[in-house]
Design a protein around this ligand. Sequence first.
Ligand code: IVH
Length: 684
Amino acid sequence: MISSAAAERAAYLREKLEYHNHRYYVLDAPEITDAEYDELFRELAAIETAHPELDDPNSPTKRVGGKPAAGFTPYEHAVRMYSLDNGMDLEAWRGFAERVAKGVGTSDISYWTDPKMDGLAMEAIYENGRFVRAATRGDGMVGEDVTHNMRTVMNLPLTLHNANPPELLEVRGEVVISNKDFAALNARQAEAGEKVFANPRNAAAGSIRQLDPKVAASRPLRFMAYGIGRVEWDGDSSPWATQQSIVEGVQELGFAVAPEARLCASSREVADYFQQLMAERAGLPFEIDGVVAKVNDLEMQRALGFTSRAPRWALALKFPAHQTSTRLNNIRIQVGRTGVLTPVAELEPVELAGVVVSSATLHNKGYIGERDFRIGDTVLIQRAGDVIPQVLSVDLEKRPESAVSYPFPMQCPVCHSPAVEDGERVICTNPTCPAKTVQRIIHFVSKAGLDMEGVGKQWVRKLAEDGVLNSPADLFTLQKTALLKYGGMGDKSAENFIKAIHKARHDAPLWRLIAGLGIRHVGEQTARTLADNFEDLAAIGKVTREELQELEDVGPIVAESLYDYFHSPEADELFARFKEADFWPKGGVKAAEAASGLPLAGKVFLFTGTLPVKRDEAQAMVEALGGVAAKAISRKVDYLVAGEKAGSKVAKAEKLGVEIIDFEAFQALLQGMPKAKPKSLLDF
Ligand code: IVH
């Protein structure tokens, strides 16, 4: 492709991708499938690789996170980021509203009220419609430059949605993680034996303070806008006259704003809104710790001004804390799908944010040991976002003499097989432990697996406990009559149950089956990669650990786990039964591409040394054209693309007789030039 055509296509694709990003992450209303999105993404990545001159830090391809930063640079905010004064109850609110009325000389005041998001304050700066910088609040005057991490936040627009954007715009808001995403993140961390976060705010703040943007990119961060710093639009520094028009204005430019925000016509309405939001709090997608009420009229705001730390025109009306103390009565153990023994605290029932809590997670053996929780202790518990409460700490002053340490069982409480320690976790060693079987079948039918809507978790548990379901394969031979034998299951429910199973049998994509198997370290992403690259389950079972590692996102640990699973007698038996039941989804889009005549079909490339473009971009380019990007040198590699300062791979490639080319030759190859220029002397 000649450069101008490539530039045009790249601009088109970037706009399209940003548009679909916004539909998906801001409006929650996608118009295209993930596969269609991926296709646009890959095409853009391919063009960018072939045309490094089109590099743009705000290309949607940059959201995956580039090179780690060396450190954080201080950034001085042009307009100070003030804090907020807090009010703890409606009494405080009335006092505030009276002061405001006095200050502006009328009690006819509207307030813009929005939820007080519990995350990390951030300023994102745009010049001529393009994202140029982001900085944390810091002490309000000077924050830290975290541009590299904010670029990975999927709902942050990298380009403003206006043909005539402001020359300058500083958007302020909060970086947050939704309750649902937080629960999934912590589950992932605990499962991997890594640190769990105390609450969504800590997880968000910790993710933003990473030097490596790939870590931030892997965390489900969102930016919710609530205000601005400076704005210059057509030479005008005050295009907006109210708080409402600011929020609606930035929303039109592509930012996500809290949907609960609204205008209250009086201080009375603010009080009602506060009560209403407090009642809805537990069901909101994000953790909020109160309501922020701001005088809507900016003229009035200016008249009221600031104290040394906070505006006189805004108040944060806080909700009561989401934490409380209660007695730890006992600890019981739950056995998960992978056999991990999870300790659960049995608590003296206590009300917490409108719900009675009687149990909470203690995460793993290490968590109990580190914090020294004992039966009989008074503990601090918290509902952090998710519905699952957690035990935070122990109140040592209240420890009774009778408090006893908990000896963590080194035996599975369900099947009584020995358990072993693995990092912070303890795992049941019995591969056929009934507790694992139940959880495995539940996982198999769940959203994370085959997504069999109509197949209820409670029913699966019952059927498994009664020995009707001993393996996921038993689902496919289940008869409606077997279900009807149970009291409580009506004809219609039984029919829906069976229908859902057979719908999955016909329609489920291979990735859902792989994800549903519940293989350790294999989540949706890896399952999708495998399904793209292999025709069916049998094909995955035929490759070596090394070949698995050549796939994107598959490192040695994942490869090992996959290899072990696919070579286990359990998998053999399960797969045979799936086949028998005529449940055998096919994948292999990439394998099919190889047969489809794409220019690099079936060709394997490996990159080494410093290239003029990022390595993952070069790899994306190869894949877009039907080729395979290898991770390690082997005879299977067709071309080693050697950049500057290429290391030992070159010698190895020479030994194996692999063709070595430079980046220029690689580009020529992509553009369909007749012959790649060999760099290796062995290759004349
Ligand atoms: S307005 C001068 N609105 O709360 C106005 N702040 O306690 C100051 N926060 O650092 C900010 N949700 O990060 C505002 N809807 C909201 C907010 C909000 C959360 C945070 C903000 C600030 C802190 C002050």
